[in-house]
Design a binder for this molecule. Structure first.
Ligand SMILES: [Zn+2]
Length: 56
């Protein structure tokens, strides 16, 4: 799984005017999924289902 930081660099994601992570292909804000067993959150595009990990 690609990190949100790398995806922002690669252009897969961008931040909208409100600093929300947005899928560049679908122009949809990413949903957040927390896994208490992991050290990162998972961000998911509700349209294409792409998943990214976000370190916290
Ligand atoms: Zn998408």
């Amino acid at each position: 799984m690609k990190s949100t930081r790398k995806a922002l660099r690669d252009g897969d994601l961008y931040k909208d005017n409100y600093e929300r992570l947005t899928c560049a292909a679908c122009e949809r804000g990413l949903k957040k999924e927390n896994d208490p067993d992991e050290v990162f959150s998972v961000r998911i595009c509700p349209d294409c289902g792409l998943r990214f990990k976000e370190l916290r």
